[in-house]
Design a protein around this ligand. Structure first.
Ligand code: SF4
Ligand code: SF4
Length: 474
């Protein structure tokens, strides 16, 4: 700040005040907590991680059950084999995921953030490792404040080693969704990884290490776009973590036997445990804040405190804004779940899900592209017959070898004079040249529509018809 003393008490308009808007991060040491919501969170940690780490090792039809083979441009998802032409299903899946997120956010707030988001899940795992090596909150705080010693160095070294190993394992699993994981594992053992595999394992591993070990709540606060726009999906009937101010205030310590009413106190004993367990370091007693990820840790710890002092549970609880201000019970709040916005989201979600599932069910595991061979123009051959040559790209989207019968129609006596059967290996694309002829008087000069029929040879259960044109020169 600068000022001119000659101007005495008159405020100088051009005085400059320099204020730094940068606040350095205060490290958060979340205290561990036990309770109903913590059990749910750990249940989901186990569930999501068993799926994530286990799925790539699952075999199906003698191959990896879920494999996004970018090099071969095939996505294997159990019985389903998808090709670049099936991109629409991926789009459908993304639309369904986005709508589901809108719906669950409108109904249940940030349940995704608090229980199943990878950032929450990995932070929980990294915190668990940290706690096992360095101890709970107060031990970790003491360790960080203590001067460097052999013991401190050993604990920090072990923690980072475990974090990095876990991160690399996560990176390895991630890459295992794009490269057959058993081959990848063999390549790791033989120290024979390709440059891209190495890059992505290390990149994803260190992203996990950095985000879950160091960035933690900062990812939710500053980097996650969902945290920014989710408030637009909230209304007064959305479930949020609330502190019952009318019951809790005025807060203050008291002896266990004291009657809070005679002391003029509410139910909050101001133990600050709800702040100590919060992974984003906020005080829920100040009201709903965008940093709150709805994890319920403060509910668990406050219920525990209420049990100890002999007060009813639920001073901090999942509720809605209307529920708290109007004093609604659970049934009244549940009734408000079925409000217009929720019904609209549900209707759209249901319609799109049904459309995608129906289209997947009706999907033909055979795709054909017909390309007129521009190199070989229409020409006259023996006995005045007219000949056109086509290139058929036949994609066998099943996992069994298939033989297809080809036929053509659309002009009198039109016929295929090249091979009329084509064998295609499982999940392969085969290009074949097909020669078609018509007699001289079949039609006048010009372009005539024709249709190729491609039928599976074994049972005829799979067939595709593709349009093209037959050119008759002047
Ligand atoms: S845990 Fe409960 S009692 Fe303790 S400070 Fe938080 S709200 Fe008050
Ligand atoms: S305020 Fe409570 S629910 Fe919100 S993030 Fe903190 S501990 Fe979790």
């Amino acid at each position: 700040m600068s000022s001119d003393p000659s101007k005495g008490g008159v405020a100088a308009a051009d005085d400059e005040i320099e204020v730094s808007l940068y606040a350095s991060r205060q490290k958060i040491y979340p205290r561990s907590v036990l309770g109903l919501f913590s059990k749910w969170r750990w249940g989901l940690v186990w569930l999501t991680q068993i799926v994530f780490y286990g799925l790539p090792w699952l075999e199906w039809n003698s191959r990896q059950a879920v494999l996004f083979d970018l090099e071969a441009r095939r996505f294997y998802i159990f019985n389903l084999v998808l090709y670049p032409q099936d991109f629409i299903y991926l789009t459908g899946l993304l639309v369904i995921s986005a709508l589901a997120l809108f719906l669950f956010t409108a109904v249940a707030g940030r349940l995704w953030c608090g229980y199943a988001c990878p950032q929450t899940v990995y932070t929980e795992i990294y915190l668990w490792i940290e706690k096992k090596v360095e101890g709970d909150r107060s031990a970790r705080m003491r360790l960080d404040q203590s001067p460097l010693s052999l013991q401190k160095f050993g604990k920090k070294w072990l923690k980072h080693l475990l974090w990095i190993a876990f991160g690399l394992w996560t990176g390895f699993t991630f890459v295992g969704y794009f490269t057959p994981i058993q081959e990848l594992g063999a390549a790791v053992i033989q120290w024979d990884l390709g440059p891209w595999q190495t890059f992505w394992i290390v990149f994803y591993g260190f992203a996990t290490y950095g985000n879950a070990g160091f960035m933690r709540e900062q990812v939710c606060k500053y980097m996650c776009p969902y945290a920014r726009f989710q408030s637009a999906m909230f209304d007064k009937d959305t479930m949020i973590v609330t502190y019952d101010e009318s019951r809790g205030e005025p807060r203050g310590p008291r002896s266990k036997k004291a009657d809070p009413r005679s002391l003029g106190l509410g139910a909050c004993v101001d133990c600050t445990l709800c702040v100590q367990v919060c992974p984003t370091g906020i005080d829920i007693r100040k009201g709903l804040q965008y940093e709150c990820i709805g994890c319920g840790a403060c509910i668990d710890v406050c219920d525990d405190v209420m049990d100890k002092v002999g007060y009813p549970r639920g001073l901090i609880r999942y509720s809605t804004q209307n529920g708290v201000t109007q004093g609604w019970n659970t049934r009244q709040m549940i009734r408000r779940v079925f409000r217009p916005r929720v019904l609209v989201y549900s209707g759209i979600l249901l319609a799109i899900t049904l459309a995608v599932l129906t289209s997947l069910y009706l999907r033909t595991p055979l795709k054909v592209d017909v390309i007129r061979d521009r190199g070989a123009l229409a020409r006259m051959v023996e006995m005045g017959r007219i000949e056109n040559v086509y290139r058929l790209q036949i994609m066998n989207a099943t996992e069994q070898p298939q033989t297809f019968n080809l036929s053509v129609s659309g002009l009198p006596d039109i016929a295929i004079v090249s091979d009329q059967t084509v064998s295609v290996l499982p999940t392969e694309v085969r290009a074949v040249a097909v020669t078609v002829q018509v007699p001289p008087q079949a039609a006048g000069s010009g372009s005539h529509p024709i249709v190729f029929d491609i039928v599976s040879g074994t049972d005829g259960s799979v067939s595709v018809s593709e349009k093209s044109v037959f050119i008759i020169p002047r």
